[in-house]
Structures are given as C-alpha cells and as structure tokens.
Design a protein around this ligand. Structure first.
Ligand SMILES: *Cc1c(COP(=O)(O)O)cnc(C)c1O
Length: 379
C-alpha cells in the first residue's frame, strides 16, 4: 500500500482521490466527445467531501429522494435531477426547491404534480417520464427493472401520448454493470417502441448501469450510440452512472480480531458483511482482498466473518501465503460504491471511518463515527 496501514483506524473506507480523478477524466472525455451530460447517481456514491472535485468534471447529480437531491444541491451544485417510483406530497415543495429536472414514473404522477411544477416561476424545471422498454439483459430479478410486473417505468401499453404536453424528456434505466453493446441493443428497442414520441423532446436520459470506467468497456460504441440519438432526434443525452464514477477507487481496511477453528480456520474481522458491505450478501458476490487467493490457492485458507451475531455474516473463504495473526490488516478492494450509502448499525456495530488518500496529500481521515451516530437513528 502507498500509506501506512497501521495509521488507519479500522474498519475504514479509504477512497483514493487519484483513482477517482482517473475515472472522472474518462467520463469527462465521453462528455467532451459527444456533448452529452453525465450525472453522478448519489444512490451509488454519496461521499460528499469529494463532491466539489466531482463537480469539476460532471454536469451534476441525480437523486432518488429529497435527501439526496438536497445533498447534491448543497455540496456539489450543477444540475440536480430526481426520479422516484412515487413522490409524496410532504416532500414535493422542497423537491421543487432543489431540483431542476423531475422524472415521473407514471402519467398518474405527472398529472398529479404537473400544475405544482408549472407554478414555479423563479426557475425552469424540466419534466420527464420514465419509460419501461420491457427489454433488459439482466438475469437477477432483484436488479431487473424490466422483470414481469415491474413497477419501474411506464410501458408502451400504458403510455399516454395525449398527456405529453409539458414533458421535456424520456428516461430509461434498464442496465447494471453492463457494457455498451447492451446499451446499443437497448437503445434500438427503445427507439422502435417509443421513437415516435421523440420529436419535440429536449432530452433522453439513458439511466445508469454503464460500466464506463471498467478496463474492457467499449467507449467507442457508447460514443457512437450517443451521437446517433443526438443527431437523429436533435435531443440532449444524459447518462447517470453511480458505480462507474467510483469503480475501483476505494478500499475497506480491516483488522483481524480473532482466529478460531471449527472444521476449518475461521478469522473474525472488525468489519461486517451485513453492516458494511451488504451487497456481498445481497448480490451476492465475493470481494477481493489484496494478496489473497481462492480457498486452497495459497497454503493458509480461512473463512472470514464479521463481528455481528448473524450466522450468515460471512464475507467468504480466502487463502493467504502466510498464516493470519490477530492484529493483521486486511484490505478489501472496490469498496467505494454501494457500501457507505448502504451502511447500517445492526448489532450496534460502529460505522467504518471514511478517509481519503492521494499521492500529493497522503492519508486524511475525513470522518469517524461513534455512539451518537448509532443512537440518533433510534428513540
Ligand atoms: C441505480 C440507478 C442509477 C445508477 O446505477 P449504477 O448501476 O450505479 O450506474 C441511475 N439511475 C437510476 C434511475 C437508478 O435507479
């Protein structure tokens, strides 16, 4: 590692600013080449101490709730978009204050809030409808917005062309960790089904799920697809990735608390899958640990588990070249996105600290949590 692990108060997320800038430069190059606008989806990454940096590269943020919209508005600036399956009346006035683009999930919602939006006089708020093209290439139902009976977006059958007056754009989000060949095929379906309604629109939003900053991502096909739509329909194109912004930029540093035996070697560490990396259990997937291998690949294999009393709080089985000792540090990779934003304090387990690293500035501990953070969510 480029910093002294013994200086890290574990558990701790360490986000590498230099790697983040590398991702932002890739995203900016897509904006520069196509004239599209890229928004950070706060749902995936909301580390607001780096929002000023992200704001130098991207056009703004997209939010899934009033709280996210406000965070983006206050900490980054730029455009503030929002989408929710349904808005509620008590939030809507504040949404109008913080947002400049509001995407509605249904024509019902659009009709309900249309007059309120149009009554705002001190700024222009653009409105969109989320469509469900009923085409996705995802196999896991929990991540598939186009699965049978999906509530996410309006299908062609439920689309009401007569209600488009005042609508500035259409939005679809049907991808997850996918390459641009999927986008190209998806855009073709969207165009076949909804292209007849594109005339007169100001923008199309291609949603998130574009793994643009991954090594094998085909940027040329993305650029081609954006330019094709922009030129043919004279619309602006938005992308709103979350994961791609923070992909491979962060680590979770942990300490081995104990080693025990029950049919195999088990190491208990000071981070929990259930509390600090819930996607390990939800997706599920096995995160990588620096200098580790698959079980049996190196001489010393351990099952790694968290400090909660949930039996299934298991991160996975890993092997190492040396035996693990109490006090050893383990470093999980790719821990910046969908971790901090999903954390919880189940079992009263403390939240991991948040730190930033860069070659120029070294390691800075940005935030540490304690009892009050746990208590303030309860009563
Ligand atoms: C989750 C989500 C995103 C971001 O998705 P990533 O997979 O993190 O890129 C963007 N838009 C909408 C509507 C989403 O639900």
């Amino acid at each position: 590692m480029k910093y002294d692990l013994s200086k890290v108060p574990t558990p701790c997320y360490v986000v590498d600013k230099d790697l983040l800038v590398k991702n932002l430069e890739i995203l900016k190059s897509v904006q520069d080449r196509t004239g599209c606008k890229i928004l950070l989806a706060l749902k995936g990454f909301s580390m607001f101490s780096v929002f000023p940096l992200i704001g130098k590269y991207l056009a703004g943020i997209t939010a899934s709730s009033l709280n996210e919209a406000r965070l983006g508005y206050e900490e980054m600036g730029g455009e503030v978009h929002i989408y929710s399956p349904a808005y509620n009346d008590k939030d809507f006035d504040e949404i109008l204050r913080f947002c400049d683009h509001i995407v509605f999930n249904s024509f019902n919602q659009w009709k309900k809030y249309k007059d309120k939006v149009k009554s705002v006089k001190d700024k222009e708020i653009q409105c969109g409808i989320r469509i469900n093209p009923e085409y996705s290439e995802l196999k896991t139902a929990i991540y598939d917005p186009c699965s049978k009976f999906s509530r996410l977006g309006t299908t062609l059958n439920n689309f009401i062309p007569d209600e488009l007056d005042g609508i500035d754009g259409l939005h679809f989000h049907t991808m997850c960790e996918q390459n641009s060949d999927t986008l190209k095929r998806t855009v073709k379906v969207v165009e076949e089904k909804f292209g007849q309604y594109f005339a007169g629109l100001k923008w199309l939003n291609f949603g998130g799920g574009h793994h643009i900053t991954r090594d094998d991502y085909d940027i040329e096909t993305l650029v081609e697809t954006i330019l094709y739509i922009k030129e043919k329909y004279k619309v602006e194109v938005y992308l709103e990735p979350g994961e791609a912004v923070a992909l491979n930029t962060g680590y979770l540093v942990t300490t081995v608390l104990d080693i025990m035996e029950n049919g195999m070697q088990i190491a208990i560490i000071d981070t929990s899958a259930a509390c600090h990396m819930p996607d390990v259990l939800e997706m599920p997937y096995r995160p990588h640990i620096i200098c580790s291998g698959k079980p049996g690949e190196y001489p010393y294999t351990y099952r790694l588990g968290g400090p909660t009393c949930l039996a299934g709080d298991i991160i996975g089985d890993y092997s190492f070249k040396k035996s693990l000792e109490v006090g050893d540090k383990l470093v999980f990779t790719d821990m910046a996105h969908y971790t901090m934003v999903k954390n919880n304090t189940f079992n009263g387990i403390n939240l991991p600290s948040i730190a930033l690293y860069s070659d120029a500035e070294g390691l800075q501990i940005v935030k540490q949590f304690g009892y009050e953070d746990f208590k303030s969510r309860l009563s």
